[in-house]
Design a protein around this ligand. Sequence first.
Ligand code: FES
Length: 158
Amino acid sequence: MSSETKEKSGVSRRDFLGLASMGAAVLSSFTLLAGIFRMSKANVRYEESTRFKIGMPDNFPVGTVKKLDDKGVFIFANDDGLHAISSICTHLGCIVAISETGFQCPCHGSKYNENGKVIGGPAPRNLAWLEISQEVDGSLVVDTVREVPVGTKFKINV
Ligand code: FES
């Protein structure tokens, strides 16, 4: 019967099963190699850290405001401590500037008061107040994903 089958289709059942198992073995080998290649690459995200050092406390004399555009944050130093307010407009992400009323966005005109509360324009949310902390070496650190309540001041440990 197998010779009849071979004569009709040109491939015997045995040949077909042999080819199928060979194909499965090749496919399995490729899958294994792909897995090994994937494992050899570290599973790391190359995003910029949300925590960054802003310097030592004496870089922030009382009464000063520092604008760190590359980090998207303002650092205010007052008698009662430091506070950080995000300078990234909550509308579409432009960098806001200090204005007479607080902050103003140059892109679409959103206005915020001195605490970052929206007082005009299309901005949907207030500017965030960000956590400031101090490292063991005394340097100050801001974390742009850790918001703190409005009015939170960081007291410098000298
Ligand atoms: S990005 Fe600031 S108002 Fe549109």
